[in-house]
Write a protein that binds this ligand. Structure first.
Ligand code: HEC
Length: 116
C-alpha cells in the first residue's frame, strides 16, 4: 500500500470540521458568552478555595450563613462592599483576593442564583 498515511490525515480534518460544526450548534443555547464562562469557572475555583467552607459546597448553604444564591443582579454594590470589608462573622477579603477574583466569584454566584 503506497499511500498509507493519507487516511489518518483525512480523519484529523474530518474531526476538526465536526468540532467547528458542534461549536456553532451549541452556541445559541448558551446564555453566557465565552468570556463570562471563563469568569464563572475561575470564580468557582475562588469560591471553593475561600468561601465554600462557610457558604457551602456549590453554594448550597447549610443555613448557618447567608445563602449567596439569593443575591440579585442589583446586589453587586452590596456584594463588593461586604466581601471587601467583611460583615460580622465574615472576615474582610480586601488584600486577600484581587478585584478580578472578587469579580469572578460574583459571576459564579450569579450563574447559580435563584433569580437570574
Ligand atoms: C468564616 C466563614 C466565612 C467565609 C470563609 C466567607 N463568608 Fe461570607 N459570610 C459569612 C457569614 C457568617 C455571613 C453572614 C454575615 C451577617 O449578615 O451577619 C456572610 C455573608 C456574606 C455575604 C452577604 C453579606 C450581606 O451583604 O449581607 C456575602 C456576599 C458573602 N458572605 C460572600 C462571601 C464570599 C464571596 C466569600 C469568599 C471569598 C465568603 N463570603 C467567605 C461567613 C463567611
Amino acid at each position: 500500500m503506497p499511500i498509507q498515511p493519507k487516511p489518518a490525515i483525512r480523519r484529523v480534518h474530518a474531526c476538526a470540521g465536526a468540532m467547528i460544526v458542534l461549536g456553532a450548534t451549541l452556541s445559541p443555547i448558551t446564555t453566557a458568552s465565552a468570556q463570562d464562562q471563563a469568569k464563572i469557572e475561575a470564580g468557582e475555583n475562588v469560591f471553593n478555595t475561600n468561601c465554600a467552607i462557610c457558604h457551602g459546597d456549590q453554594l448550597v448553604s447549610t443555613g448557618q450563613t447567608f445563602d449567596l444564591r439569593r443575591l440579585k443582579d442589583s446586589d453587586r454594590a452590596r456584594f463588593d462592599n461586604s466581601v471587601r470589608n467583611g460583615k460580622n462573622q465574615m472576615p474582610p477579603w480586601k488584600g486577600k483576593l484581587t478585584d478580578e477574583e472578587i469579580d469572578q466569584v460574583w459571576h459564579y454566584i450569579r450563574a447559580n442564583a435563584y433569580q437570574k
